[in-house]
Design a protein around this ligand. Sequence first.
Ligand SMILES: Nc1ncnc2c1ncn2[C@@H]1O[C@H](COP(=O)(O)OP(=O)(O)O)[C@@H](O)[C@H]1O
Ligand SMILES: [Mg+2]
Length: 352
Amino acid sequence: MSTLTQEQVMAALRHVQEPELNQDLVTLGMIEDLKVDDTVVSLTVMLTTPGCPLKAEIHDRIFTELAKIGVTSVNVGWGHKPRGQALPVALPGIQHVIAIGSGKGGVGKSTVSVNLAISLSEMGARVGLLDADIYGPSIPMMMGADERPRQLNNKLVPVERHGVKLMSMGFLLPNPEDPVIWRGPMLHGVIQQFLNEVDWGELDYLLIDMPPGTGDVPLSLSQSIPLSGVVIVITPQPVAASIGMKTLKMFETAKVPILGIVENMSYFVCPSCTTETNIFSRGGGRVVADAKKVPFLGEVPLDPKIREGGDTGAPVTVSEPQSPQAEAFRKVTAAMVEQVHCQPLMAAVTTV
Ligand SMILES: Nc1ncnc2c1ncn2[C@@H]1O[C@H](COP(=O)(O)OP(=O)(O)O)[C@@H](O)[C@H]1O
Ligand SMILES: [Mg+2]
């Protein structure tokens, strides 16, 4: 077999389609650092987001095409290059702002928020988490953070835990147990300050744990923040599903893209016999998703480890990363990333 040239390899890579964008990797400018040594190739694929769930698929396609021209070994590295022009940046330095919403309190919005944030960070993304539940801030406790944010050049420096930058009203109250009694407009101002007067630095994702409800507060917040989309958390009881529908409608009316629905407390896995029991009517989240034609991002079990993680400041994705519970959150995270990134990008690229 004769020695291959860079040109031959590039020509073969032109036959590798990016699975979602329907264009090849070369045209999309995703190939960098190509080195060809006899029949051994190494290259870096620049993804549009760290931890893009399409990695495995892209890897297989590259391998198949290059094998056809006699390549014997491919070493694929992964890089990350947001497509600056196609995707407008949400806020200076922040690529994507994602809200986590629900109609009802107590469905596990904060639990889902912290575990999604940690999973994103573990995928290599730079992540912030803003607790917009001003009346009942729970992020500091769930993340095991109780220090006060420092002030630097007139900006607040987020507190960092488990690889995530955090900001919450809970950090700023003289006594965290004190109730916050504010009216809507004041609350609005605080959230704007949290966005603009906190030194978030460069972030791939800023998650916002939204206040509960289908009323004015989440609505006006979602309109004043440049959101990439919202993830809606519901539990499988019929009443929660109906509130989930209302919440969805509210965000749709506000023209916020719906990234999908997460069903929390979906089923219970017996710790001794591993039998799955559907305590509520499991599947309610998927029913809502199908009815409203929005993506279903996954199910999270009802599990004591998940609650303990939240109570002790070490969410299950940190305390037991190998557990099926942590895996459930990682699956939801991957599905969410796919919705945020791969799809809007597809629209942006195909219209060029
Ligand atoms: N999947 C789950 N399994 C067990 N407990 C959970 C689960 N999700 C949430 N919880 C617990 O339920 C309570 C409410 O969750 P939280 O995330 O604070 O809800 P929200 O932010 O929607 O009000 C917390 O005590 C939390 O630890
Ligand atoms: Mg909460």
